[in-house]
Write a protein that binds this ligand. Sequence first.
Ligand SMILES: Nc1nc2c(c(=O)[nH]1)N[C@H]1C(S)=C(S)[C@@H](COP(=O)(O)OP(=O)(O)OC[C@H]3O[C@@H](n4cnc5c(N)ncnc54)[C@H](O)[C@@H]3O)O[C@H]1N2
Ligand code: MOO
Length: 400
Amino acid sequence: MKGFRERPSVGAVLELLDSRLRPLSPEPVPLLETMGRVLAEPVVSPVNVPSFRKSAMDGFAVRAADTQAPAPLVVTGEAFPARPFTGTIGPGEAVRITTGAPVPDGADAVLMAEFAQLQPDGRVIARSPLAAGKNVVAIGEDVARDHEVLPAGRVLRPQDVALAAALGVNVLPVRRRPRVAVLVTGNELLPPGSLPDGFKTADSNSPMLAALVVRDGASVQPVRYVPDDFGITCDAVRAAAAEADVVLITGGTSVGVEDHVPRAVAELGELAVHGVALRPAGPTGIGFVARAAVFLLPGNPASCLCAYDLFAGRAIRQLGGRPRGLPYKSEEVRLMEQVQSAPGRTDFVRVARAGGGVAPVTGGAASLSASVRADGFILVPPERAALFPDEPVTLWLYDA
Ligand SMILES: Nc1nc2c(c(=O)[nH]1)N[C@H]1C(S)=C(S)[C@@H](COP(=O)(O)OP(=O)(O)OC[C@H]3O[C@@H](n4cnc5c(N)ncnc54)[C@H](O)[C@@H]3O)O[C@H]1N2
Ligand code: MOO
């Protein structure tokens, strides 16, 4: 059994990771299925919106010049959406119009019904003068043809999908979703939901990882349980790497006699990182097998979450074309208690709000309940051996 030799810094590991991964290729997807997907190319409008001069109000289409003096106008027809008035409005004339209807030729303003005085003979008088263009939406006023309306990289929102629909676009090029396989190692584990029994432990890492993977826009394959056996571990990693873009392996990452994962990854491909100057999750590993990026996530639940958040999630987001940084809101807060670290190491410290600032929650890397009690986490940078009360720190918030 060998211990960890050199542990690269978190920064060095992130650099390596970023240099090895590129967004997955685009795929065409029907518009209604694109919500939350990542746009791979900009959307350029093929049309003007609106494509005709459109009334913004119910009332009367008029010539603005005719409203400067309060003279009665003769109503010569009606205009409705998609049922235009086909004639031209001449001097002294008006056309009854509804919102969304094409403004007839000759008219350059719409008199709102509220400001129209109807005469007993059916003619209409403007109560106040109108400027040209009043209540008329110009051609291309909302969207001009050939203009970029959605940038590449956009995580599509409901209104984005709606705009594409308004432009007549019904298929969008979006990044392929990363496919993620999860392998759970450890003879001691029972499937999630099992009552912990004797020396056995219910698997809590895989439900957490599945939720994180979905949050980060990827699809997750059914979890596979792998006993602590070198040959079976190799077979499972090989099979997972053949069908996934990312393989997450929890447990068996360290240097104990039953920790087969690092050697399996090294033999099947490349173990680029094993051990990071980080606490918790120091035993984290990163490798590449076939075309898959493989993450060795320590078995302790808090370490597993930490290693996912800092490394695996970043890779998944990058492959999916999403912003690769931490997907949490941050805020500057005051630290209420001293936090001990060590020079050269990054510490991931779960904290809760306390006394107008934040304080570490109690519980080690094996404590999942500490992650549940935490409002978020802070990171102690490698150049600091400790953080002190009253210092400003960046709080990464678990809740938006
Ligand atoms: N010589 C050294 N030994 C260890 C070091 C070290 O630096 N040098 N680091 C320690 C740290 S820190 C951790 S973390 C562990 C990581 O070890 P493994 O990744 O091999 O994790 P396991 O031993 O398999 O499990 C640790 C712990 O977590 C429980 N576990 C595992 N999987 C799950 C799961 N899916 N759901 C819930 N709980 C799980 C497991 O039962 C153990 O209790 O290495 C140290 N050793
Ligand atoms: O870092 Mo281990 O990841 O503390 O339990």
